[in-house]
Design a protein around this ligand. Sequence first.
Ligand SMILES: Cc1ncc(C[n+]2csc(CCOP(=O)(O)OP(=O)(O)O)c2C)c(N)n1
Ligand code: SF4
Length: 257
Amino acid sequence: MDVLDIIKPENQVFCKTKLMTDTPLSYCPGCGHGTAHNLTMEVIDEMGIAEDTIGVAPVGCSVLAYDFMNIDMTQAAHGRAPAVATAISRCWPEKYVFTYQGDGDLAAIGTAETIHACNRGENIVIIFVNNGIYGMTGGQMAPTTLEGMKSSTSPYGREIATMGSPLKITELIANLPGVYYVTRQAVHTHKHARKAKKAIRKAFENIKLKKGISFVEIVSNCNSGWKMTPNDANIWMEENMFPYFQLGDIKVNGKLK
Ligand SMILES: Cc1ncc(C[n+]2csc(CCOP(=O)(O)OP(=O)(O)O)c2C)c(N)n1
Ligand code: SF4
């Protein structure tokens, strides 16, 4: 088979979804944000709901999600994405509304908006990328920074006595009655990405049921903030993040697992 055969449509084995724009991603090589974006856009494409979906970008490295996702998007100031998504979803109840947020944005700066939107059971999807650090602004400690983990604001490692325990906001949210589906996934291997995609699809399908929030956490790396190579960051994530932030479903169809 020569190159002209390989590029024939009938021989194509993979194609970038048209819902990702051609704008080059601003993410560091190996960062999970790009994969998480791609999976979300593939789901929306495959469900045929691109014209009916509205996304809300956060602050943080994924602030430019609206440049990369080829659907209607807006951007919310620090942590306010669930409040903005609430307004959009209430104005257009038939739309598929989602937020895409990092742990600094969702679990620190916007804790109030997150908790109250979840408690109200807004009919939206929240995609939460937890990389245990504030990536964009220089690797400061986030609520999800692990015990002993070094960051630019915890240079000797996070100390529980003075800085508190790493916040499992996803488990906290799962206990709210307005929350219908909660799962924690990863995207650093093909196997994990496939599972994460199924979870994202389930979350978007739940919007039709109008039963409340679907919340998909993606435990991810921040190789720049963690000061590791992309490969080392993934190994470190598996060995240190996954035991604390365990992968799997936490609440399905309104019932805690
Ligand atoms: C110097 C500075 N401090 C604070 C902010 C506000 N701010 C914007 S993004 C961000 C961190 C976001 O981190 P996270 O939500 O974890 O997303 P990530 O970049 O890791 O994907 C903060 C604190 C800012 N822009 N600049
Ligand atoms: S700083 Fe971290 S979160 Fe931001 S793009 Fe780089 S690796 Fe990803």
